[in-house]
Design a protein around this ligand. Structure first.
Ligand code: B12
Ligand SMILES: Nc1nc2c(ncn2[C@@H]2O[C@H](COP(=O)(O)OP(=O)(O)OP(=O)(O)O)[C@@H](O)[C@H]2O)c(=O)[nH]1
Ligand SMILES: [Mg+2]
Length: 374
């Protein structure tokens, strides 16, 4: 009897299993519908990351449309759908339709989870590439992703959309290739930096949702760390945005980095602006005190801090405070909020300080009207 569902991921040695491929594979792990079974998908995410794959997890309760938008904007090589709620025969064909609607009809979709034998044929007929059963080994799942990874070609054709072309062009720039597309520096590029877990993604997501409510659209480029051992990454910033609500009004792209390397960012920004996005938020890797290089690329740097992380001496020695144009004290619901604001006033030299509770949307409207005034 095989029982890979309980196999610990440590059994899969951490190593780059992708270094002979045309580019670093990107996969979107998708959970559609009212399906709360996330243990399997989390195990898969870790195994793929430990094999050198860039994994985007957009969270539970996705709709076919929100998943299609995520797959397109992240320019993934394939979507791995995990279906455990017996809704696969309804939701998977809808996903195939939405991929067509968003301009990526050819994107590879594999399905796994609890799928009865007799449902495999109809899923394959709807355009799914492969259907995997619960006993599939992790190495087979890695192989499913690597086999989907083909060389990137330009997506300039009639069947595609502006965002699909933009996403592909970003991939090409990341690979150091020349791109022939409209280029324009966006009107406003705002960088959000601060220590890991400070709430940068939650804050940018809340501001993006508010901007969309005000009839605007914007782009977010979010960096997360890449493993120096396997070159894999788990790109989880996108999880904080509710694409079921903001739909295509927020273009979101996650990228992985070891350390601070923003050399391709100016070109990416030109493409984003050329595709019609005037406002762009950048979320840095969040490496902590040294994450200062972003300042050179953005128009304004927002340093996100949280109460209880250190005293004023630490603040003074931390170079990150020097680069701030604006301070945000997030998690203002935590003890120590007013003490942190007081200490910041001492060193801010007139720079604005905002307090937010990103998870509750508090302070977000005020911050947004400061950063996107019109
Ligand atoms: C643990 C469990 C739960 C936990 C979930 C905890 C969590 N956070 O995940 C809890 C108790 C919350 C739960 C609740 C429910 N559950 Co439940 N649950 C299970 C159980 C026992 C194990 C699932 C599991 O975690 N397995 C371990 C993980 C590691 O394996 P996995 O998820 O199967 O994933 C592996 C493979 O399937 C594969 N894989 C998965 N996805 C993909 C995708 C691709 C592309 C590929 C290649 C591979 C692949 O790789 C993974 C890693 O090896 C299964 C029965 C079973 N033996 O499968 C029932 C089961 C899934 N549950 C079931 C049901 C009905 C429910 C409830 C509706 C029960 C109820 N009436 O309340 C609720 C629904 C909750 C919700 N909101 O969705 C049914 C689903 C029936 C169906 N789909 O037809 C099952 C099959 C039980 C049964 N036999 O009836 N459940
Ligand atoms: N209590 C409280 N929790 C918050 C607040 N903002 C964010 N969080 C939580 O803090 C955790 C980290 O939030 P993220 O938005 O992922 O933080 P981040 O700075 O983007 O993290 P990295 O990208 O990993 O550096 C999540 O569990 C959020 O729900 C807040 O204002 N108050
Ligand atoms: Mg983040």
């Amino acid at each position: 009897m095989t029982s890979p569902t309980t196999e610990p991921t440590t059994q899969l040695e951490k190593k780059d299993r992708c270094n002979n491929l045309p580019h670093r594979p990107r996969v979107l792990l998708g959970k559609m519908g009212l399906d709360g079974h996330d243990r399997g998908v989390k195990l898969i995410a870790r195994a793929l990351r430990d094999s050198g794959i860039h994994v985007i997890y957009s969270g539970l309760w996705q709709t076919p449309r929100s998943l299609a938008i995520s797959a397109r904007d992240e320019d993934v090589d394939m979507i791995a759908c995990s279906m455990m709620s017996n809704s696969h025969l309804v939701l998977v064909p809808r996903l195939m339709g939405e991929l067509q609607n968003v301009g990526r009809p050819e994107l590879i979709v594999d399905v796994g989870g609890i799928i009865p034998q007799e449902d495999i044929e109809p899923l394959l007929k709807s355009g799914v590439r492969g259907v995997y059963h619960t006993g599939t080994s992790m190495l087979d799942i890695v192989e499913a992703v690597t086999s989907a990874t083909q060389e990137h070609k330009s997506l300039n054709n009639d069947n595609t959309s502006v965002s699909a072309t933009l996403s592909r062009n970003i991939s090409l720039v990341e690979e150091g290739k020349e791109v022939n597309a409209p280029k324009k520096r966006p009107t406003s590029v705002i960088g959000f930096t601060g220590s890991p877990g400070a709430g940068k993604s939650t804050l940018t997501a809340a501001m993006a949702a508010e901007a969309v409510r005000n009839g605007k659209k914007l782009a977010i480029i979010a960096y997360d760390p890449m493993s120096p051992i396997s070159n894999g990454a788990l790109l989880g910033d996108r999880l904080r945005v509710d694409f079921n609500t903001v739909d295509e009004n927020v273009f979101y792209r996650s990228l992985a980095r070891v350390g601070e390397d923003y050399t391709t960012l100016p070109d990416i920004l030109d493409l984003v602006g050329g595709a019609g996005f005037d406002y762009v938020f950048i979320e840095t890797v969040g490496a902590g005190q040294n994450d200062v290089a972003i300042r050179e690329v953005v128009d304004k740097t927002i340093v996100v801090l949280v109460p209880g992380m250190g005293d004023s001496v630490q603040m003074d020695k931390a170079g990150i405070l020097e680069i701030a144009d604006v301070f945000v004290v997030n998690k203002a619901d935590y003890d120590g909020d007013s003490a942190l604001v007081r200490e910041l006033i001492d060193i801010a030299s007139g720079r604005e300080i905002f307090e937010t509770i990103a998870t509750q949307g508090k302070g977000v409207v005020k911050l947004l009207s400061h950063l996107m005034p019109d």
